[in-house]
Each structure stands twice: as C-alpha cells, then as structure tokens.
Design a protein around this ligand. Structure first.
Ligand SMILES: Nc1ncnc2c1ncn2[C@@H]1O[C@H](COP(=O)(O)OP(=O)(O)OP(=O)(O)O)[C@@H](O)[C@H]1O
Ligand SMILES: [Mg+2]
Length: 269
C-alpha cells in the first residue's frame, strides 16, 4: 500500500484537486484508492457523493491526528493507494502524515504567498526527518500553471525551490476549467461529457504524466520508463498489487522511521 499525502499550509493551493485527480488516475488504471479527507468541510467526500464517480475509490472523512494511524492500519491489505488530503491541517497532523507517508506532495501555485505555505510544510518535513534521523520522501508539484507561458512568478518559485534543493516534479498541473468542473460537479476526466469540455485529451495526458511521475517517486524508481501504461506499471505486473504489504517495499530510510514511530503512534490508545 502506498501512502501519498498532499500538503500546503496555504488554503486554496489546489490540494484537494490534486488528490481527486490522482485518485481517479490510479482508479482508472485498476487500483483501489482511498482518499483520507482531513477537511471538516469534506470537499473530497462531497465530490465522491456527486454523480459520475468511478469505481475503485472510497473516501474516509473526519481524519485527524488522533485517528490517522488507526485509519491507515484499517486500509492495510485493502487499498493499493491511500491519498491523504491534508487540507488546512494543523502542524501536528502534517508532521504525523509526513512520518507515515511514502511521499509528501506539496502543490504550489506560481505565486509568492503560495510558496510560503509550501516552505512551512517543508520546514515541518525537515524537523520530522531530523527527529527520526530519516529521509522523508517529498516533492513539490506546480499547480494552476498557464498552458501558454512560463510566467515570471513561476520562474521565481522554481528558483526558490532550487535554492533549498527541494525536489520538483517535471509535470506541472495546468490551469484547466475541466479540473474545476470535476472538483465542483463530480466525476473524472474519463466520465465527463467530452462534448462539454475543451482540451480533455490534453488534461488526461497531463494527469497521466503526473500519476506516472508520482508512482515513480513512491516506488523509489527514478529511472522507471514513463513510456509504459500506468496500469501495466502499477497493477498488472507481476500482479495487481503494486507494492508489497508492510515495510518490505518501502525505501530503507522510510522503513527506519516507520518501525519506530508507527509503533509508538499505534500504542497510543
Ligand atoms: N489546475 C487547476 N485548474 C483549474 N482550477 C483549479 C486547479 N487547481 C485548483 N483549482 C481550483 O482552485 C480552487 C481551490 O482548489 P482546491 O480546493 O483544490 O485547493 P485546496 O488547497 O484543497 O484548498 P483548501 O486549503 O481550502 O483545502 C478550487 O475552486 C479548484 O477547482
Ligand atoms: Mg482542500
């Protein structure tokens, strides 16, 4: 089971949008996906209840610091992917999620305010890694990027990330009305009425590229060829479960953190 957290301290950075789009890509490829909705407003759950949702996705609401560990244990052996939409989560929940995730994904819009929200998450990740003497797998993904130009603001965000040696996904999430439509009205890039949206094929390619890159990071395979289909890479070979259960499939650094930290968390009644 792969655990992917989506975090940015700033509201409206596009966390829930990334969570939903990634979930639908994984499900479309045949995976079983569970979204942990940490937002009291439960936008992911509302999206899931809307018509047009695809099979293979469940949403767990009310996920908090107190129950995250138990919720993850409940999914072990059930889901292929857990996506934690951290929403405006408090620092303690972000820190806990960082320690329990295979990948922390930090969506950043091309503006300075948004980069500050990301820097706050990066600081938390750094503290957790220091405390655990371990590496926390993380990467920034640029969101709401114009398909037309690389703006000065985006270049400035990229420069700030490079200064801090922060990994940046090659695939940005483009600003597309179809992503907003799905967020607001439900469904996915594969169930939406294609006569009512423009550039659907481009949006699908954008998300397939993102999903492949995310899985490459989760699997710790920097040289994974992105030419294969998502389903083949993740679920069809050698079997439909992409990662072994338990700690065996995790990168060594993450394994070191989990065995000690998760035990402490789970021991807490
Ligand atoms: N790539 C995109 N293209 C178009 N619209 C987008 C994109 N990403 C996000 N949006 C829109 O921006 C708004 C905020 O996005 P979203 O709710 O995903 O942010 P968030 O980080 O989850 O916010 P919060 O912190 O409140 O949970 C939504 O209306 C969403 O539809
Ligand atoms: Mg949200």
């Amino acid at each position: 089971m792969a655990v992917i957290s989506i975090a940015n301290a700033k509201g409206g950075a596009g966390k829930t949008t990334v969570a939903l789009l990634l979930a639908t890509e994984f499900a479309q490829a045949g995976g079983k996906v569970v979204i942990f909705d940490c937002d009291p407003l439960a936008f992911a759950a509302k999206w899931h209840e809307s018509p047009g949702a695809i099979d293979g996705i469940a949403v767990v609401t009310g996920v908090t610091f107190a129950n995250l560990g138990a919720n993850l244990r409940a999914q072990s052996g059930q889901a292929n992917h857990v996506i934690i939409d951290l929403s405006g989560a408090r620092d303690a929940l972000i820190a806990l999620a960082a320690g329990l995730s295979d990948l922390m994904l930090i969506p950043v819009q091309g503006c300075a305010m948004d980069a500050q929200g990301a820097v706050h998450v990066l600081d938390i990740i750094g503290q957790v890694a220091n405390n655990a003497h371990s590496h926390i797998n993380h990467a920034v993904v640029l969101t709401r990027v114009s398909s037309l130009v690389t703006t000065r603001a985006i270049r400035s965000v990229k420069a700030r990330l490079a200064e801090r040696n922060v990994p940046l996904l090659d695939t940005p999430i483009i600003e597309r009305s179809v992503y907003r439509d799905i967020f607001e009205h439900g469904g996915s890039l594969y169930t939406i009425d294609e006569t009512k949206v423009s550039n659907l094929a481009k949006a699908q390619r954008n998300m397939q590229g993102l999903a492949l890159e995310v899985l490459r990071l989760v699997n710790g395979q920097p040289h994974l060829q992105s030419s294969g289909s998502l389903a083949r890479i993740c679920y069809k070979a050698p079997d439909r479960i992409p990662q072994p259960e338990g700690d065996a499939g995790r990168p060594p650094a993450a394994r070191a953190f989990r065995s000690s930290d998760a035990a402490a968390i789970h021991a807490d009644p």
